[in-house]
Design a protein around this ligand. Structure first.
Ligand code: DLL
Length: 433
């Protein structure tokens, strides 16, 4: 079994801790002297770079959140001049105040390295044909996998997302051996292949690297039996680097975190206290080598648990369990991250409707669907049906242009959406993973 970078991936844990401490000191210096936001926050806490001696001092530093990134939109937390930035990505919708991330040339090289580890741990090598059906663009999936695939010397097929018939044709004609996409799209593709009349024997597919959204062991079994491949879970988030933060090996017993670059902690999302190893809680990352956008104790909002037990594959890197959920209300719809508050702010700008709404998420034929039920203002409701249809279309268009997501809009009469005392229920998620 191949390991891309045995020196780091199988490092002795005490040696690794020394390396993490050295890198943390460098990172803290970098943010303190180059990012006013961090300097102020550290000064407020009475801390300076000299307060940090080892990785054990990490707990003294304040947390960073998605809101901090938004408040400093777009480039306020970058730690290098823009002339050093060679790539920009963004997540959460396609426009508006998304989360913007920047990479220096060294960051791109780190990203390629961790993606090479990811692909190798999934069993890929230079003889593979990797069909990348993650979206290319501001989303980190496509280009992240792309650079990793090239680094290991595989033949990369940058087909990007969508156009299912073409995906199947290319898979067949080029002889793709690995597939990279979201797990729900893998299932969708599996069924489309069955319907296309192409027999499985005509395809060379043997493994897939799936992530960017939650999926369960049940979904894994379904993908593996329908596509007759090994389905590997890969995890990451744009803020930290993109895909490449953690990935399973072929034993599929938790995801190895590349902790020489991204240091994980598990905290209680309510008390914000660090939890002992093995407890379920919110995953927090500190980047140890990033230059463009270094992050100190970034709260991912993903819930999981960690184990430092050595894996059968020989890697010593800490493992995280498959994500168990989130500690906030973020939805992932067809790979796009969406907060109900983003929908709400689009609705609030329209006087014809009340901000009483309900989002209904479902998965039909393995594709996520999203419906919005929204109450029309009483004064408006008395008007003609044709006007209502125009309004419906207008809401749909406004949502699509500011969120980059197609949402089916249904208008309902005033007071039709159930009011709740206390926290209102804005989302019904019927998806069964
Ligand atoms: O989804 C990066 C990525 C691309 C990962 C391709 C894997 C493959 P964002 O768009 O910033 O980045 O979304 C990050 O997606 O905080 C999780 O909630 C969720 N997520 C990512 N991977 C997994 C996974 C990319 N394997 C957010 N399982 C994260 C469950 C995942 N959730």
């Amino acid at each position: 079994m191949e390991i891309w970078n045995r020196h780091f991936e199988c490092m002795d844990r005490s040696e690794l801790r020394k390396l993490q401490s050295e890198r943390l000191i460098e990172t803290v210096e970098r943010v303190y002297f180059n990012v006013p936001y961090y300097r102020h926050k550290m000064q407020e806490a009475g801390l300076g770079p000299e307060s940090i001696h080892t990785i054990d001092d990490l707990g003294r530093l304040p947390y960073t959140t998605k809101q901090d990134l938004r408040d400093n939109y777009p480039f306020g937390l970058f730690a290098v001049p823009m002339s050093e930035i060679v790539r920009i990505h963004a997540s959460s919708g396609t426009t508006g105040k998304s989360t913007v991330v920047g990479y220096t040339r060294n960051d791109i090289s780190t990203w390629s390295e961790v993606m090479a580890r990811t692909l190798t741990s999934a069993g890929a090598n230079r003889n593979d044909f990797i069909q990348i059906a993650y979206g290319y663009g501001l989303f980190t999936g496509g280009l992240g996998l792309h650079y990793g695939g090239e680094k290991i010397g595989a033949s990369v097929i940058p087909i990007s997302g969508g156009n299912t018939m073409r995906q199947i044709q290319i898979m067949h004609d080029f002889g793709s051996t690995m597939l990279a996409c979201t797990p729900s799209y893998a299932l969708y593709l599996a069924e489309a292949i069955q319907e296309s009349g192409i027999s499985r024997e005509e395809l060379k597919l043997r493994a897939g690297v799936f992530g960017a959204e939650p999926w369960t062991e049940n979904m894994r079994r379904e993908i593996e039996s329908k596509l007759k491949i090994k389905a590997i879970d890969i995890y990451g988030l744009s803020e930290v680097i993109g895909p490449g933060v953690a990935s399973e090996c072929i034993f599929q017993e938790g995801l190895h975190i590349n902790e020489d670059h991204f240091y994980p902690e598990i905290i209680d999302p309510e008390t914000l206290l660090v939890l002992p190893e093995g407890s379920v809680g919110e995953l927090v990352f500190t980047t140890l080598t990033k230059e463009g956008l270094p992050l100190i104790r970034y709260r991912t909002r993903d819930l999981t648990r960690l184990t430092r037990e050595k894996c059968r594959c020989g890697r010593t890197m800490v493992r995280m369990e498959k994500c168990l959920g989130r500690s906030d209300d973020m939805l992932i719809i067809r790979g796009v991250n969406l907060f109900p508050s983003q929908v709400e702010s689009v609705l609030l700008e329209m006087s014809e409707i009340k901000p009483h709404y309900l989002l209904i998420v479902d998965r039909i034929n393995n594709l996520d669907t999203l419906e919005l039920k929204v109450e029309v203002d009483e004064a408006f409701f008395l008007d003609k049906i044709s006007q209502l249809e125009t309004l419906r279309k207008k809401i749909q268009d406004n949502l699509e242009s500011s969120l980059g997501l197609g949402i089916k809009v249904t208008l309902v009469e005033p007071k039709m959406i159930e009011r709740s005392e206390g926290k209102s229920k804005r989302v019904i998620d019927k998806r069964k993973y």
